[in-house]
Design a protein around this ligand. Sequence first.
Ligand SMILES: [Zn+2]
Length: 671
Amino acid sequence: MRRPFRLSAIIGAVLIAAGSHAGGQQKPPPPAPPRGGVQAFDVPLPDTPSPRNANYDIAVQLDPVRKEIKGRETIRWRNISNATTSELQFHLYWNAWRNDDSTWLRENRLRAPAPARPRDAVRRPDETGTSDVTSIKVTPFGGTTADLTSSIRYLAPDDGNAADRTVMAVALPAPATPGAAVQIEIEWTGRIPFAADRTGWIDDYFFFGQWFPKIGVLEDTGWNTHQFHYATEFYADFGVYDVQMTVPGGYKVGATGREMRRVDNPDGTTTHTYHADDVADFGWTTSPSFIEERRAFNHAQLPSVEMRLLLRPEHRGQETRQFAAAAAGLEYFGQWFGAYPYGNITIVDPAYRSNSDGMEYPMLFTGRANWLAPAQVSTAPDSTIIHETGHQWFYGVVANNEFEHGWMDEGITTWATARVMEETQRPNELAVRTFGAFIPYTPGVRLSREVDGNRMPSYRPDAESDTPTTPTFRYWPRSANAIAYAKTSLWMHTLERHLGWPTMQKVMSTYFERWKFRHPRPDDFFQVVNEVSGQDLTWFFDQVVRSSNSFDYAVQDLKQEPSAGGKTRVVVVAQRLGDATFPVDVVTTFADGQRATERWDGKDRRVIYTYERAVRATRVEIDPGHVLLLDVNRTNNSRTTPSRAADAGRKWSLAWMVWLQELMITAGFFG
Ligand SMILES: [Zn+2]
């Protein structure tokens, strides 16, 4: 997702089941959707992009009045690990808002200051969300069906919280060995949470994220099924999805995948059937208020993509801008990393205060738009849409475990977004929003990629709050974004400047090609960096990923004294104030324009350079090329002498700008 810069009638649903396991007591089901080649799910099919080991047929019915859904799903799952398991584990994410003792709400209350929205601390009864499995039947491939409903239990693998019901388990009748295949039929009901993080309802707008019972990931070391945490996202295996969504007639639907069929039912509802291959999640939205627009993305070197926008009526007129941002993402990420592998994408313009903005799903994402969107302010919708488009590469196709390594999707995407913003020369000025974020005021302060694109103001105050190698769900909830998003973006940009863009681009395209439709771990990324760059960058990853230390180099002193022969002895003292180390240039400029450049490995606490020159030094600067973007205080990186009033004035005004900007960020003005 893209976190803002803020600190801060249920009618019987029908089941389209595989084989002979369809329920018989329902209304006549609509015809089965076409299948994506998963009839035989007990063996991997040749030539599919992903392993397709977690496949879903889902039928869900929305009751917009009672804010409920009723669903049935058939999961065809294959054990692609080397482990044998005696149970199955599932995520029931909506239970994060079931009671005030859920781990999600507990973690949210740990944030300080208090959450901006009271419902993030406790939830009124009409704001809760639930997911209740009412039936679960399991059929080993070629075996007999067992009803396991009575054996449902809840796990809390991360914190032992007995009140948390976001992970469910059932014991298998017989262990599933490597290669074993199991069919799981689930019936469930869900209470749709009110405007929760990334999911829920507000007014006539419904966004369905993490809405269906979802099987965990079985790894060689066992199940990886984390609870729903405040600061982290998700992890799932790839598969083929066939999903039927029944909504009131006239409601528009957007979803992962491609719409295959639309059937108007006698009761006034409409069933929309979507199909998606090789995705690890499925999100959808519905509202009668959306304006629907379509445009094509065409590019000489890239496959065409059909873009669809579901726009809120109050944002009419922003169509071209929103499409252009998505197209910029498809173009640049496609050229840098590898082509977008799906033929269509849906941009959802979320309802005001739905809290579903800036969130990614395969082939679908939500943007972020403001009612007044000045052309010179690109944070929303432009940058958010580019960021969410970027997640199609990192999260969607290269699907790392977001619970444990959130930096791999969020940090890399934040870095890549800033790069597109710079490459496309989108103007981005500071906007101060007042009156409930409605009215923007732009004081003419231009935001830079180096600082704001990489989110230095978000990183700096929490630079040492967590070590990135800590599983992300254990990060301190208030400052998790500083590490997952901002620190990573800063070190990725530092790496880009250290290696040069051509090498960095090759690193990223190699990483994408090697790990697409798979689950890379941090070491897999580091290995690609080392291999492609031809350097052992372990020292760098030790500093930026395996440590919580921060960087700060400073000019401690610049002394000038007369020396023999009428010369001047210039003594430059450079200092390392932070605990982290990085090689930096120390550049001294003399009054005759000559420069002395020293390459300091940056390891000692201090280094002294002495020059005997005919003229005095006018300036010393550490890292004048701004390679080390992680330096938390750049104002101490240089010293100029003699101090000139104009320079001082400029420096003072720059410092004031930084102060003003950080005040605004602290006050949560960025929206
Ligand atoms: Zn994101």
